[in-house]
Structure formats: structure tokens, C-alpha cells
Design a binder for this molecule. Structure first.
Ligand code: NAD
Ligand code: DAU
Length: 349
């Protein structure tokens, strides 16, 4: 099977390619990636010499490049990861998010419609459901109430993808995963940012009261879920993919402090994210029923593995945190600094 994978130089896309190529000498993958700040070919070094691996540096916003890649590679299957994936960046600068996540997805869907593929997996997110009041869990029929430009762009692209199934019978599957974590994650996201800052004895910025709840999914579990849907998922369907481990942010950060051997003196309460979703909660019953997939990684073990990976790969971490990352860090966190304050030990703030 020939796979065209978009965003394969990013965090989840690269884990997916390592999984697919690592387990099969005959597998074939074309990685279509623009190498934005989040794309890094070092993530693919373990499989770069695989005979079936190809890379094209191209942008989803370039309709001719998308058409050319789909027509000339003639994939059996497309797995679409590429996106502007960070909520805070989407708040600071929404346009690239709409361009890539909505218009770029449109270009890819339309090229796939004209060329024809056996399956098109559109990788989306639980953020499209917005904040969910306890005790509810979102199933796939839950209303969409996206809060940020990022989640609205993903909700819009989900609708567009499903319309290509309804109208053109393009065999689209939409997946909605919860918060991923693991090796190679760009350190703008909560877990890798807190690990990197803690290891460097830098402050750990907690948005608001730190009681927002996220459901944590180890990246390899997410990739196995997508593999199971390539095999058994039904076109036209949506599948939630949750980690079954919901935790308040402050609890996660305290676990990182423990795992890195640092103290609570590093915790800082900073200005909250505008429109911050309070709680995400997913039911993954449908994918479990359809494919038998379940998340395998225990959160404590996955977090320990991620901390170990960061310790063993300091040059990767330092390279991606230099240059443009510093500019982003300053623009996102400097305006919050006036509110920097200590989170007192044991407090729920
Ligand atoms: P990431 O930011 O680590 O990687 C994104 C990749 O897409 C990068 O390699 C980047 O170069 C590429 N890219 C961005 N814009 C592009 C464009 N215009 N053309 C071509 N390539 C482009 O993202 P991630 O965390 O790996 O997320 C992958 C997908 O999974 C996204 O669609 C995201 O919405 C979804 N998702 C992420 C999470 C999470 O917790 N990270 C959870 C659920 C769903
Ligand atoms: O739920 C799936 C989504 O998870 C994906 O669709 C997104 O691509 C991914 O970025 C992630 O979105 P979040 O906004 O939930 O992830 P982030 O790591 O940015 O933040 C997690 C929580 O931690 C959130 O409540 C905000 C908080 N936070 C984050 C950062 C970066 C902080 O308190 N401080 C921080 O410095």
C-alpha cells in the first residue's frame, strides 16, 4: 500500500511514519511537508534510509504542488496530519491557521477526489467539541463548539472532509484525538515545554488556575489507532481517539516536577489563555467497538519515557528552542509576565 502522509515531519506525523516503515520493509510512504517551524526532518532519521521512504518539501496552500504530488505519486491512501497545530499561535496570528488547516485541506481533498484514493484519513481533534461540562463525555455526535481559531479551522475542515464523502463518495474518515504527548513533540505544547523549562530551571508558566482538564494520549497509541482505522474504519465515519487519562494541568506539571527532580518554586501562575477551554472529555467507545483498539500506555510510564527522551536528546531540544522559538516564546509569554506569581505549594489556586 502506498501512503501519502502530510505533515510527516511534525510530531505525530513523524511517529506515524516511523511506525509504518519501522515494521514493514515493503511499506511505501511519501511525506509531503512544508517544513514550517514545527517540521523537522531529524524526527525521521530512524527511517530515512528505508527503501520505501520519499520526501517532498511542499506547501498545502500551493494548489499546483498538491495536485502534482497526488497525481504523480498516485497514493492508495492519504493520511492528512499537516496543520498549524498550536492554539496559542492561532490566537496570536490566525491567518496561517485558516490558510493551512481549512484551505490546504480543501486543496488536498479536491486533488484526492480527482485522482481517487481507497481511503483519506483526516486527522482532527477533540477541541472541535469545545469545553465540556462534567460529567459528560463527547461522543462523535456531540455538538461542535470550537473556541479558538485553531479549533474552528479544524471543525470547518472536518465538515468539508465529510461533505466530500457525502457529495463525491471520497472515502473520508475523520479522527478526533485528545492531547498527545511523547518524544519529538515541539516544546510549545504543555508537556515538552514544562519538561524543557524544568530541566533548565526556568519558570513553568501555568495559565490561570491550572485546573483545566486535558485527556492525555501517548503518541504511539494515537498512531496505532490510525493504523487500525486504515484497516477497519468505515468511510464517512468520525472516530474519537482518547487516552482515557483526564488530568488537571497543574497535576501534570507537578508530575513533571517530580520526574525531573525539581521543586514547586519553579511554578508561576500567568495570565490565562483567551477563550480557554476548561475541560475536554472523550468517549472512544466507537473506535474500540469497530477496531478493538485501546490506548496501551500508562500515563506515568509515558511521561517518564518522555522525560528520559528529553534528557537523552538535549541537542534536539536545544536546536528547536533556539532562534525563532525564542521570538515566539517572548511574544506569547511576555504579555503574561505582569501576572507572574508564585503558585504556593499544595494550592489549587
Ligand atoms: P505539528 O505542529 O508537530 O506538525 C505539523 C506538521 O505539518 C509540520 O511538520 C509542518 O511542517 C507541517 N505543515 C504545517 N503547515 C503545512 C502546510 N501548509 N503544508 C505542508 N505541511 C505543513 O503537529 P502535530 O502535533 O503533529 O499534529 C498533527 C495533526 O494532529 C494536526 O492536524 C493536529 O490538528 C492533530 N492533532 C494534534 C494533537 C496534539 O496533541 N498534538 C491532538 C489531536 C489532533
Ligand atoms: O486536545 C487536542 C489538542 O491538544 C490538539 O488539537 C492541539 O493540536 C494541541 O496543541 C493540544 O491543544 P491544547 O491547547 O490542549 O494543548 P497545549 O499543550 O497548548 O495546552 C494544554 C493545556 O495546558 C491547556 O489547558 C493550556 C495549558 N498551558 C499550555 C501552555 C503551553 C499552560 O497552562 N501553560 C503553557 O505554557
Amino acid at each position: 500500500m502506498k501512503l501519502l502522509v502530510t505533515g510527516g515531519a511534525g510530531f505525530i506525523g513523524s511517529a506515524f511514519i516511523r511506525l509504518v516503515l519501522g515494521g514493514d520493509a515493503a511499506a511505501e510512504v511519501l511525506n509531503f511537508d512544508a517544513l514550517t517551524y514545527a517540521g523537522n526532518l531529524e524526527n525521521l532519521e530512524p527511517v530515512a534510509d528505508h527503501a520505501g521512504y520519499r520526501f517532498v518539501k511542499a506547501n498545502l496552500c500551493d494548489v499546483a504542488a498538491v495536485d502534482e504530488a497526488v497525481a504523480s505519486y498516485a497514493p492508495d491512501v492519504i493520511v492528512h496530519f499537516a496543520a498549524e497545530s498550536h492554539v496559542d499561535r492561532s490566537i496570536l496570528s490566525p491567518k496561517p491557521v485558516i490558510d493551512t488547516n481549512f484551505t490546504g485541506t480543501f486543496h488536498l481533498l479536491d486533488a484526492a477526489r480527482r485522482r481517487g484514493v481507497q481511503k483519506f484519513i483526516h486527522v482532527s481533534t477533540d477541541e472541535v467539541y469545545g469545553s465540556i461540562d462534567p460529567p459528560a463525555d463527547a461522543d462523535e455526535d456531540f455538538p461542535l463548539r470550537p473556541s479558538s481559531p485553531y479549533s474552528a479551522s479544524k471543525a470547518g475542515s472536518d465538515m468539508l472532509a465529510l461533505s466530500y464523502f457525502t457529495t463525491y463518495k471520497l472515502p473520508v474518515i475523520v479522527t478526533r484525538a485528545s492531547n498527545n504527548y511523547g518524544p519529538y513533540q515541539f516544546p510549545e505544547k504543555l508537556i515538552p515545554l514544562m519538561i524543557a523549562n524544568a530541566l533548565d530551571d526556568e519558570p513553568l508558566p501555568i495559565y490561570g488556575d491550572g485546573q483545566q482538564v486535558r485527556d492525555w494520549l501517548y503518541v504511539d497509541d494515537h498512531c496505532r489507532a490510525i493504523q487500525s482505522l486504515l484497516e477497519k474504519g468505515q468511510p464517512g465515519e468520525i472516530y474519537n481517539i482518547g487516552g482515557n487519562r483526564a488530568l488537571p494541568n497543574l497535576d501534570v506539571v507537578r508530575m513533571i516536577l517530580a520526574a525531573t527532580g525539581k521543586t514547586e518554586s519553579l511554578l508561576r501562575s500567568v495570565e490565562d489563555r483567551p477563550g480557554h477551554d476548561r475541560r475536554y472529555a472523550l468517549s472512544s467507545a466507537k473506535i474500540q467497538r469497530t477496531t478493538g483498539w485501546t490506548p496501551a500506555m500508562d500515563f506515568e510510564q509515558g511521561l517518564a519515557r518522555t522525560v528520559d527522551w528529553c534528557r537523552a536528546n538535549t541537542s534536539w531540544v536545544e536546536r528547536v528552542r533556539s532562534g525563532a522559538y525564542r521570538d515566539y516564546y517572548d511574544s506569547n509569554y511576555s504579555r503574561r509576565e505582569e501576572e507572574l506569581g508564585r503558585v504556593t505549594a499544595g494550592s489549587k489556586r
